[in-house]
Write a protein that binds this ligand. Structure first.
Ligand code: E4P
Length: 217
């Protein structure tokens, strides 16, 4: 199972990388804006900066919503760095573009996926990753994890190689449940990964071990 962080914050990306368990990064236009990264040139430079910190895949999202625009932008993004994954929205032009890039051997991440049918289309188009947004489904009282289970079943039924990238992960239980359901990747805030560390019995046990060691020294 791969762990991606969902942020454009370079300090957090460095922290995640230094933990030694990071496999990649996802970004989106909102995350870029949150870091104050605006303007095409700055955004492209920022993607390269992220690639220079991490070893794995870095999703970079196109802004165009028409096929020709997506192809032009996606090719520019892919040429920035070998780690870049072209992130395409789940709309008709996005599916067409996923097929276009897949045929050219360029990796893609089809994003804003909220149904099993959309995930099936992304796989048929040859997407490298599909991003079902589980947190946003939970936000509207719909079971986001159930979508992961449905996509896993469908992909396994037909041997689709598209990797299920559980996105909009909000907390540690999302990570654990996605692992149980067989998601290939999760992407979430660093806290959802670092939170996996925590257990009070670990802290109590360590304090006791150290206290006992110190008795004899
Ligand atoms: C995925 O690639 C998206 O960037 C992301 O996971 C969305 O998460 P959010 O619902 O917390 O904004």
């Amino acid at each position: 199972m791969k762990f991606f962080v969902d942020t454009a914050n370079l300090d957090q990306i460095r922290d995640a990388q230094n933990l030694g368990v990071l496999d990649g990064v996802t970004t989106n236009p909102s995350l870029m804006a949150k870091e104050g990264i605006t303007g095409r040139e700055n955004i492209l430079k920022h993607y390269v900066a992220i690639c220079n910190i991490v070893d794995g895949d870095v999703s970079a999202e196109v802004i165009a919503t028409d096929f020709d625009g997506m192809v032009k932008e996606g090719e520019e993004l892919a040429s920035l760095h070998e780690q870049i994954i072209v992130k395409l929205p789940m709309i008709k032009a996005g599916v067409k573009a996923a097929k276009y890039f897949s045929d050219k051997g360029i990796k893609t991440n089809v994003t804003l996926v909220f149904s099993a049918g959309q995930a099936l289309l992304a796989a048929k188009a040859g997407a490298t990753y599909v991003s079902p947004f589980i947190g946003r489904l939970d936000d509207i009282s719909t079971d986001g994890l159930n979508l992961i289970a449905e996509i896993r079943l469908i992909y396994d039924n037909y041997g689709f190689e598209t990797q299920i990238l559980a996105a909009s992960v909000r907390h540690t239980m999302h990570v654990i449940d996605c692992a149980k359901l067989g998601a290939d990747v999760i992407t979430g805030p660093l806290s959802s990964i670092e939170g996996l560390l925590n257990h009070p019995l670990t802290d109590i046990g360590l304090a006791k071990f150290l206290a006992d060691y110190n008795k004899g020294n």
